[in-house]
Write a protein that binds this ligand. Structure first.
Ligand code: PGA
Length: 250
């Protein structure tokens, strides 16, 4: 049985003090809740305050990006040890907004994923097709290619990763994939994982759904056999809606 994982991707929202306050509210909403992994991913500059806020609670802390180098001339980037040093445990890698606006490719996603794993961080590796790709019948080939290339050569670390399937047409649009549409792609991702691994690995890896997941559609989405959690954008910015989704995962 895979443990469900609900992660909030706060994107470029909340100052450090706002982040700490939101985490306090989330902790209050989720007091005593167990059986599901809960993660918040605030902006990088908030992480230190956020680390203090999650301390001793059932809320884990994640970053939104990581560089593959340990240090050096990479202005604006953040290394794995900078994250682990302050208590970060997870990191989102290859979000579609990074692929779309910041030139992220499967190759750089793969490098960032490897750096995260080497440091003991759990990467939440994002894949997903555009509407044009879906409408022109390319969804399967796009997603298979993203999984194969983004997760290439992870070796024994593969079971530690989390995959996030986020159809780009469902992100921030209010247009969520139907549970059947999401399940179909999650099963495809799991079959692809089976092709690139051996033994039981494909059945261990958790696959989150992301894209307009809300309290009112979470139960049905999370009830699908291959949907093991959610990566939540808009609904993660309020403690009540985020907590409602977490509780839907139990
Ligand atoms: P959304 O974002 O829930 O606002 O659609 C999800 C994401 O981009 O991770």
């Amino acid at each position: 049985m895979r443990k469900k994982i609900i992660a909030g991707n706060w994107k470029m929202n909340k100052t450090a003090s706002e982040a700490a306050a939101l985490i306090e509210e989330i902790k209050a909403e989720l007091k005593g809740v167990s059986g599901v992994d809960v993660v918040v991913c605030p902006p990088a500059i908030d992480l230190k305050d956020a680390a203090a806020a999650v301390e001793g609670s059932n809320v884990g802390l994640g970053a939104q990006n990581i560089h593959w180098a340990e240090s050096g001339a990479f202005t604006g980037e953040i290394s794995a040890s900078m994250l682990t040093d302050i208590g970060v445990k997870y990191v989102i890698v290859g979000h579609s907004e990074r692929r779309q606006y910041f030139g992220e490719t499967n190759e750089t996603v793969n490098k960032r994923t490897k750096a995260a794993l080497a440091a003991g961080l759990i990467p939440l590796v994002c894949v997903g097709e555009t509407l044009e790709e879906r409408d022109s019948g390319q969804m399967e080939s796009v997603v298979i290619n993203q999984v194969r290339e983004s997760l290439a050569d992870l070796g024994d670390d593969l079971p530690s990763i989390v995959v996030a399937y986020e159809p780009i047409w469902a992100i921030g649009t209010g247009r969520t994939a139907t549970p059947a549409q999401a399940q179909e792609v999650h099963a495809l991702i799991r079959r692809t994982l089976a092709e690139i691994s051996s033994g039981n690995v494909a059945n261990i890896v958790r696959i989150q759904y992301g894209g307009s997941m809300k309290p009112d559609n979470a139960v049905e989405l999370l009830g699908q056999p291959d949907i093991d959690g959610g990566l939540i954008g808009g609904a993660a910015l309020q403690a009540e809606s985020f907590a409602a989704i977490v509780k839907a995962a139990i």
